[in-house]
Design a binder for this molecule. Structure first.
Ligand SMILES: Cc1cc2nc3c(=O)[nH]c(=O)nc-3n(C[C@H](O)[C@H](O)[C@H](O)COP(=O)(O)OP(=O)(O)OC[C@H]3O[C@@H](n4cnc5c(N)ncnc54)[C@H](O)[C@@H]3O)c2cc1C
Length: 269
């Protein structure tokens, strides 16, 4: 049955009307996204983006674009985003921005080549691990008790968007610290991310898991504290699973050194 949806709905009417028209295709309560959709909103967001200090994007306070959902849904093309960047960004900021756009394109090429294979381990895990299949309930509800992890999950569920560094931390937390199969995380992201796709999502999870990279990605508490300006660590009273030097954590998580040594940890971040 085709449902007629008037074109002049206002924001208050949208969740109800679209919620009914799309019933059965989503879970939870229908609500507006944290950022407006559509080509007009996408072009406005692109034009407003200056990319100043983008090279420092690993810091959560960095100037990332939040254009991913518009790229994901075809409201912006990668060519026009790259052209905008060439006109507005300079030097290292420009190179870094184009490098990240290239990761997106690369992942799409891998998807074109591998097809549904991207949902299976592309390489054997680099250490003998046993991963649980299901997403633990405390993770699904964002009540792990760790202020940092619960904040990352909150951003995912509430905003439908996470900073790239939060995605990396969360993925490492789930796969290496909680020993859950990366595909459970992939599905959780697809459920909530406004930019959730197959290529960048599955292949990034595999990169963290170490099934599409030289070695698994993981972080320690100092890394989280540094790039979040200590926003969660300061008042945290939990027993922190991330405390330790990298060598110690590697021993604890994997039983010793894993994968090939690469000069800069998380060079891809
Ligand atoms: C576990 C995990 C899952 C991810 N899942 C997705 C996903 O489902 N969809 C998605 O679009 N991105 C995904 N990413 C990549 C990245 O985190 C997001 O693209 C980025 O955070 C989006 O924010 P932004 O638009 O502000 O990015 P910016 O930093 O402003 O970058 C500009 C654009 O470049 C692309 N880009 C930036 N970083 C990456 C990256 N590391 N890998 C691939 N493309 C990148 C995006 O299209 C982004 O909009 C994932 C990363 C991880 C670690």
């Amino acid at each position: 049955m085709t449902t007629f949806i008037p074109g002049d709905l206002n924001d208050e009417q949208l969740p109800d009307v679209l919620g009914q028209a799309l019933a059965g295709l989503y879970s939870g309560e229908p609500r507006l996204p944290s950022r407006p959709g559509g080509r007009g909103a996408a072009v406005r967001a692109l034009k407003a983006y200056t990319g100043k200090d983008y090279a420092a994007r690993n810091d959560l306070r960095g100037q990332v674009s939040r254009l991913s959902m518009y790229l994901r849904h075809g409201m912006l093309s990668v060519t026009e985003v790259a052209e905008h960047a060439r006109g507005r960004l300079r030097g290292r900021d420009l190179m870094e921005f184009l490098r990240q756009l290239t990761w997106r394109e690369y992942f799409l090429l891998v998807l074109a080549q591998e097809g549904a294979g991207v949902l299976s381990n592309l390489e054997a895990p680099k250490s003998p691990v046993r991963w649980a299949d299901a997403l633990p309930d405390d993770v699904r509800s964002g009540v792990t008790g760790l202020p940092c992890a619960d904040a990352w999950i909150g951003h995912l569920i509430r905003d439908g968007w996470m900073h790239n560094h939060e995605r990396l931390w969360f993925a490492a937390y789930l796969v290496h610290f909680r020993r859950v199969d990366w595909r459970a995380g992939y599905r959780f992201f697809r459920e909530h991310l406004l930019d959730g796709d197959v290529a960048s999502n599955a292949l990034s999870w595999q990169w963290v898991a170490g099934t599409f990279s030289q070695k698994p990605y993981f972080m320690n508490q100092k890394n989280i504290e540094k790039y979040s300006a200590g926003r969660w660590c300061g008042g945290c009273t939990m027993s922190c699973p991330f405390v330790g030097e990298y060598g110690q954590l590697e021993e604890r998580l994997f039983g010793g050194p894993v994968g090939a040594r690469v000069p800069a940890r998380g060079g891809r971040q």
